[in-house]
Design a protein around this ligand. Structure first.
Ligand SMILES: Cc1cc2nc3c(=O)[nH]c(=O)nc-3n(C[C@H](O)[C@H](O)[C@H](O)COP(=O)(O)OP(=O)(O)OC[C@H]3O[C@@H](n4cnc5c(N)ncnc54)[C@H](O)[C@@H]3O)c2cc1C
Ligand code: SF4
Length: 331
């Protein structure tokens, strides 16, 4: 690992000032991704600012019903919080299906949003990778592509976004609060992660001098009846091949609200707007679920090893919506 300076920030103002005044600085939260990347030589910041002492650990309800979650709330604590479990079960479930208990105890909300891809070529310095070394090429294209994206990819990068939590947040229209010495701004999560285009190394809307301070979860009554399903190669410690976050409200057999997001298939947590539009107002039937899922995946562009994701994603969407509908009918 390349030598680096370490600073433990006593307060948010110091953290923001330090990152504004220096080049090549990284914040350290749970360290479960950053430290691995530094050990592998993929990230080599000159300075690491430990932010774990900052007062960003609250989970509070605001007067309008929004739930504000501090950026340093651990994944374990967020998934166990009674407000989250009751109002946003999809979020609790998505978190619990990620990583391991030990990792979730360390991993934070801010760090989870900024975790980097698991594309194997990104981790291998002998491989061409536009995300790691802009302009070098992409060895995943035409290479081993079983885990790669089928939606949102470009000729420059086909890596999937690995977060489970972020898929649920996209479904919930969460807002990311970020702060710098210039002030605070709020970024809708749908605009936070970027598709690669011709700049795959620019992954989010976060500026180099900004700190994620919180996420805000708006009131979404339909989310009380929501779920997350993750399909992966083994039951633990594996990233999603396909995942689906969904919420469904049905009255008199017709869908009055539906929210759908996909993980494991796209270069960013993917809101399934095409499917949602087709389902709203339609009868809650397997045929309509399947038609909507097929329309969402119609633009998919597979590589040689991952055509199976298209069918798998469609079937997972149908299975999740069918289950939510059956649970609703039975309640
Ligand atoms: C073996 C293994 C299995 C895993 N499996 C899964 C899985 O199945 N699903 C899943 O979703 N994830 C999985 N993960 C990833 C894990 O969820 C992330 O590593 C974790 O969420 C990162 O959070 P952290 O606090 O440790 O971030 P760090 O490692 O501390 O930071 C990650 C990045 O975020 C930046 N950062 C952190 N906090 C802030 C902030 N507040 N503002 C600005 N920048 C910040 C850091 O500078 C760094 O660039 C797995 C990880 C491992 C090691
Ligand atoms: S898919 Fe993206 S991360 Fe993977 S090698 Fe290509 S450019 Fe790098």
């Amino acid at each position: 690992m390349k030598p680096f300076s370490y600073l433990s920030a006593p307060d948010t103002a110091t953290a923001l000032r330090t990152i504004a005044d220096s080049e090549d600085v990284k914040f350290l939260a749970g360290g479960t991704n950053l430290v691995d990347l530094m050990r592998e030589g993929i990230e080599h910041p000159a300075t690491v600012i430990d932010i774990t002492r900052l007062p960003l650990t609250g989970i509070e309800e605001l007067p309008d019903g929004t739930i504000r979650v501090g950026a340093l709330v651990t994944n374990s604590r967020l998934a166990a919080d009674p407000l989250i479990r009751t109002r946003y079960p999809v979020l609790a479930k998505a978190i619990l299906l990620g990583a391991s208990a030990q990792l979730r105890n360390m991993a934070t909300v801010g760090g989870n949003l900024l975790q980097r891809t698991r594309c194997m070529y990104f981790y291998d310095e002998a491989s061409a990778c536009n995300k790691r070394a802009p302009g070098s090429g992409c060895d995943a294209i035409g290479g081993f592509s079983r885990g790669s994206a089928v939606l949102g990819a470009s000729e420059h990068c086909i890596a999937t976004h690995p977060s489970d939590m972020a898929v649920a947040l996209v479904m919930l229209d969460a807002v990311v609060e970020v702060e710098s010495v210039h002030g605070i701004r709020h970024v809708p999560i749908a605009e936070f992660h970027r598709v690669p285009g011709d700049t795959p190394h620019i992954e989010t809307a976060l500026a180099a001098d900004e700190l994620i301070t919180a996420i805000e979860l708006p009131p979404v009554p339909a989310a009380a009846h929501s779920s997350y399903r993750k399909v992966r190669d083994r039951a633990s410690y594996a990233f999603a091949l396909v995942s689906v976050a969904a919420a469904l409200a049905v009255e008199d057999g017709r869908i009055t609200e539906v929210r759908l997001a996909l993980g494991g298939v796209a270069t960013k947590p993917w809101r399934a707007h095409i499917a949602e539009e087709l389902l709203l107002g339609a009868e809650a039937t397997d045929e309509n679920f399947a038609r909507a899922a097929a329309a969402e995946l119609a633009p998919a562009l597979p590589q040689s090893d991952n055509t199976f994701k298209i069918d798998l994603a469609q079937r997972t969407v149908v299975a999740v919506l069918r289950k939510l509908n059956a649970e609703r009918s039975a309640s």
